[in-house]
Design a protein around this ligand. Structure first.
Ligand code: MN
Length: 281
């Protein structure tokens, strides 16, 4: 009933990561197609997060922090600080570029997740947009809470703080639980960090217990139902679309300019290379 998939580890620059989506055995959960977990870490100098300007197509990026700060800049001219309890949602639509970095004057902590949402065919060619949401719904389940950072008829993204709680779910959705801190029990299964626990559609609720007040990411959505091709920072449907997007990025057309980032943009890998999505992007 509960399938578990361990995240795989990566170290890029100064940043230790665990990637929980996509996995070979589990590519997506609803429209969620990418999950990088980084931190918790402390630093006194340097910038653990430093992702130079790079392009996206076909997705929304969702930055959710437990501690620390990440400064976002994009080709629409937005500059926004992701902080705990506030979410940055960037919709690439047909094309956007952005950078993400630890800001000057940072708290010296970094702890969070970077998520991508695949856009359905009807929405993936829309104009790009950016939204910083500073006030999010907090649901109270008596001895646990859920802060909803993504919610619509087709998607759910929430951070749960668990003692003992039963949360209703949309039974048409598939879901995943990913422990961020602490540990919890779900129907006799011990949930621990850095493992993606997959819950198939057909569940009307989830009942969780935690002695140490676990923090758990809950992702859900309607099973995506469209074949998705991921290459580097692009989510598309065909190799031709990927090649065209890569060409436009390399030529400097179609993805605008990110102003304020101190350094060169990220070059695209060669098209023939097996290019997994880069870290924390
Ligand atoms: Mn990115």
């Amino acid at each position: 009933m509960i399938e578990s998939f361990p995240a795989h580890e990566a170290r890029v620059g100064q940043l230790d990561l665990r990637r929980a989506l996509p996995l070979r055995q589990k590519r997506m959960v609803g429209p969620w197609c990418f999950l990088d977990r980084y931190g918790p870490l402390s630093f006194t100098s340097g910038r653990p997060m430093d992702v130079a300007p790079h392009p996206h197509i076909g997705i929304q990026t969702v930055t959710w922090l437990l501690e620390g700060e990440v400064l976002h800049r994009d080709s629409l001219g937005y500059e926004a600080l992701a902080e705990p309890g506030k979410v940055n949602v960037m919709t690439s639509g047909r094309g956007i570029s952005h950078s993400e970095e630890t800001p000057r004057g940072s708290s010296g902590r970094l702890n969070g997740v970077q998520l991508w949402v695949a856009l359905p065919d009807a929405l993936r060619h829309q104009a790009p947009s950016f939204e910083h949401r500073a006030s999010l719904p907090l649901l109270d389940f008596g001895n646990g809470t859920a802060m909803l950072f993504m919610q619509s008829t087709a998607i759910l993204g929430a951070e749960l703080r668990v003692r003992e709680m039963t949360m209703p779910l949309d039974a048409t959705f598939e879901h995943a639980l990913f422990v961020l801190d602490g540990s919890a029990m779900l129907e006799g299964e011990h949930l621990v960090p850095d493992i993606l626990y997959y819950l198939a559609p057909g569940r009307a609720e989830v009942a969780l217990k935690s002695r140490d007040g676990a923090r758990i990411l809950l992702l859900g959505g309607t099973p995506f139902g469209e074949p998705v091709l991921m290459w580097w920072n692009f989510v598309a449907r065909t190799h031709e679309e990927i090649a065209a997007a890569r060409e436009e990025w390399e030529r400097g057309t179609a993805f605008g300019q990110v102003r304020g980032y101190d350094g060169p943009s990220s070059p695209a890998p060669p098209l023939h290379a097996r290019a997994r999505p880069p870290a924390a992007s």
